[in-house]
Design a protein around this ligand. Structure first.
Ligand code: FPP
Length: 249
């Protein structure tokens, strides 16, 4: 019998609840291919991916995972045809406004990382409203990476550091990893313990470049719209079977 043959309940029971990751980050890939295989427009793949988002958020809540970061739109995704970008923006607006009341009732706190100034005004307003409504919540932090790029984040942090040095607030000799991390979008969050990528691509694609230094990487062939709680549990079990050495022995 293989681990994949176990039911969702059996997989859940085999988890070590004391060895769960604090922060799970996901590169949700394969929506376009999922749609192509069904002769559907690419946006149907993105729409179908919403159900996978719902399932992973729910499971994170059940397992009391602290942070879930979802790579929903990268700085590179701006290069996609305007039709697809607009449809993705529409989907984000709809999902944020539809899901926020339910997420709020589940004590989920919504957070966003990325250069949101590039997003359409309506998306920015919806993000602000979701963040505001959920700001006092103490459960899962649902961290959406939107118009996010790791290199852009590092450049932004470097500029802010240079600015503080110029103003005399910061001494260059005091800049270490801890100080640098404080200038990133993720200043208040732990680094991801595991990064999951769906659809089998073996790349990090400009995602959390600084923060992924010691993250465990888990790649599955499953396309994002097909990703279910069972697939998430398989990733968590794989994580629990790794020996994390953080460069030591
Ligand atoms: C990558 O698949 C996916 C995206 C660029 C968008 C992900 C967005 C969603 C799942 C929408 C819902 C999100 C939230 C947070 C409500 P791809 O288009 O690169 O797929 P491909 O590699 O097969 O072409």
């Amino acid at each position: 019998m293989q681990i994949d043959d176990l039911s969702e309940e059996e997989l859940k029971n085999s988890l070590n609840m004391r060895k769960l990751p604090k922060h799970v980050a996901i590169i949700m890939d394969g929506n376009g291919r999922w749609a192509d295989r069904r002769n559907l427009p690419r946006i149907e793949g993105h729409k179908a991916g919403v159900e996978s988002v719902r399932e992973v958020v729910e499971l994170c809540g059940e397992l009391k995972i602290q942070v879930l970061t979802l790579y929903a739109f990268s700085t590179e995704n701006w290069k996609r045809p305007p039709f697809e970008v607009n449809a993705l923006m529409r989907l984000l607006i709809d999902q944020l406004s539809e899901q926020t009341p339910d997420l709020n009732s589940k004590n989920v706190k919504i957070n966003v990382i990325g250069d949101i100034s590039r997003l359409p005004k309506r998306v920015i307003n919806e993000i602000r409203s979701s963040i505001n409504v959920t700001k006092e919540n103490t459960g899962l932090i649902l961290n959406l990476a939107l118009s996010y790029g790791g290199r852009q984040e590092i450049i932004k942090a470097t500029r802010a550091i240079a600015d503080d040095v110029k103003k005399g607030i910061l001494n260059p000799d005091d800049i270490d990893e801890k100080v640098f991390a404080k200038y990133l979008y993720t200043s208040d969050l732990p680094d991801p313990d595991i990064i999951i990528r769906t659809s089998g691509e073996l790349r990090i694609s400009n995602f959390l470049l600084w923060q992924c230094a010691y993250s465990e990487i888990y790649i599955t062939e499953v396309l994002w719209p097909d990703f279910r709680k069972k697939d998430f549990l398989l990733a968590l079990i794989s994580y629990q079977n790794r020996k994390r050495r953080f460069g030591g022995i």
